[in-house]
Design a protein around this ligand. Structure first.
Ligand code: SF4
Length: 165
């Protein structure tokens, strides 16, 4: 998923003012979110400028979609996709977003991208991280959108249900 989608999912509104990124409401901005926004300011400005806060924020681009489906999916990929879709639905995502997010994880695997999402982590439960210190978080709260964001976390441990790959 995109960081922009995760921030919107966390209840934030983003707009660009020349080269400044305005994020509101300030009351929802945790230290962890501020840090992510600072790190990805250029990417966020670009996304806001292109109006990607659409009704399907997690949808792959056409190029990514072609890459994700190239050659079709084998049985293992189909089973993994279905399990991840269920995981996303269980986390409260709607059916379209759950499908889009599961596709993003398929593409992640096909790209041999080593990033992971909290939703795949054994320490993620009910929108909270149970390994906050190892993860370097200021707070245990990890909203639904951020939990689907691909990242590299030192506290990550793969959930049992994801070990079928
Ligand atoms: S340990 Fe890292 S990957 Fe796992 S839930 Fe916490 S923040 Fe997410």
């Amino acid at each position: 998923m995109t960081l922009l989608a995760a921030l919107i999912d966390a209840g934030l509104t983003l707009r660009a003012d020349d080269n400044r990124l305005i994020v509101t409401p300030a009351a929802l901005l945790t230290e962890d979110l501020r840090s992510l926004i600072r790190q990805h300011k250029t990417e966020l400005l670009d996304s806001v400028a292109r109006g990607l806060a659409a009704d399907r924020p997690y949808r792959l681009t056409p190029v990514q979609g072609d890459r994700c489906h190239a050659g079709g999916w084998d049985d293992a990929e189909m089973a993994t996709f279905t399990a991840r879709q269920a995981l996303m639905l269980g986390a409260g995502h709607g059916s379209t977003d759950a499908e889009d997010l599961a596709e993003r994880l398929t593409l992640r695997d096909r790209d041999a991208d080593d990033r992971r999402a909290c939703i795949e982590c054994r320490h993620y439960h009910r929108a909270r991280c149970g390994n906050r210190e190892a993860a370097g978080l200021h707070s245990q709260e990890v909203g639904r959108g951020l939990a689907a964001l691909l990242q590299r976390c030192p506290g990550f441990v793969l959930k049992e249900q994801e070990k079928y790959k």
